[in-house]
Design a protein around this ligand. Sequence first.
Ligand SMILES: NC(=O)c1ccc[n+]([C@@H]2O[C@H](COP(=O)([O-])OP(=O)(O)OC[C@H]3O[C@@H](n4cnc5c(N)ncnc54)[C@H](O)[C@@H]3O)[C@@H](O)[C@H]2O)c1
Length: 344
Amino acid sequence: MQFGMVNSASSAFEAARPTPRFLVTGAKGCIGAWVVRNLVRRGNPPVIFDVDDSNHRLRALLSPEELQSVSFVRGDVTRLTDLESAVDGHGITHIVHLAALQVPACAAQPIMGAMVNVIGTLNVFEAVRRRRDLVKQIVYASSAAVYGPEEFYGARRVGEDAPPYPGTHYGVFKQCNEGNARVYFATEGISSIGLRPWAVYGVGRDQGLTSGPTKAIKAAVLGRPYTIRFTGGLDLQYVRDTAEIFVRCAELGLEGARVYSLRGTVTQTSQFIETLTRLLPQARGLVRAEGQPLPIAYDLDDSALVRDLGEVPRTPLEDGIRETADLFTRLHREGRLDTRDLDT
Ligand SMILES: NC(=O)c1ccc[n+]([C@@H]2O[C@H](COP(=O)([O-])OP(=O)(O)OC[C@H]3O[C@@H](n4cnc5c(N)ncnc54)[C@H](O)[C@@H]3O)[C@@H](O)[C@H]2O)c1
């Protein structure tokens, strides 16, 4: 009886609480498209904020009806006014900030990289600073690229408090964002959560340093040769899980400037290829890896995330490869599989 009373009180509270209104920057990217899909399927279609005009990843993951339910804002995170008008125009209460240039683009054009990755993130915090009564939560993508090579940390699992030692401009920009988030909390009381994925894989992962495993799955489905451009250890995180973690962190409403590492399947590139060719035997002899290991520690401790989030989704690698291959196969059958990334 008492239990029932508690329940009805809490559902009255739930009913009184307004539904969060999400703005997702970089929503047309890989993780973004899965975050949008997640929110749409929760019955809470978000506002998409992206500079890109094409919808190819969203179209691969959402039905035309689902796509119609979301609002699109063409905007550039390097322009504060674009963000401010999106937040004001749509009554935004939660921001998932994913817009960024990836490692190769930041290496080729560091100034542009800093504009998008650092100034763009500052703009998100500035937009919130001016509306902090309205916007309750920022979750932003940091990266495992803030860490140095595995050897730098010795033979131990690397925690969030381990010293960053990024070996790329991209990693330095992400480290800078984490520092700015800390200062915004200390000086303005703006809470945020930064998440550090390693190598996200799944449909939509068609660019960036660690997109090789996903491209290998696509090539395997098509029976084409593919070479992953690195060897050694990696942590493969299925994109559906990553998206779910971003959304759940946004809903948490924790105070502070928190940063969490993510952890999926810690493995070796050679083992990934072995698993792939066992699941898709037609790939045997076609998928290989060459090059140096990536200089980023890959055995990361996610116990802080597990502590604060509760159960963390962790799709086993075999299931993630199967789901990805099935979705690629379906898209191929329907004549909708984009294969341009296999040539890059
Ligand atoms: N994919 C991974 O394995 C991985 C690992 C660690 C961190 N991350 C981080 O997660 C986030 C999302 O990664 P992803 O793989 O989905 O990236 P992605 O490259 O697929 O998507 C990035 C999106 O940002 C948009 N964008 C770029 N510049 C913009 C601008 N100036 N204004 C508005 N939008 C802009 C792009 O159009 C694109 O849709 C990024 O911040 C990335 O650094 C990704």
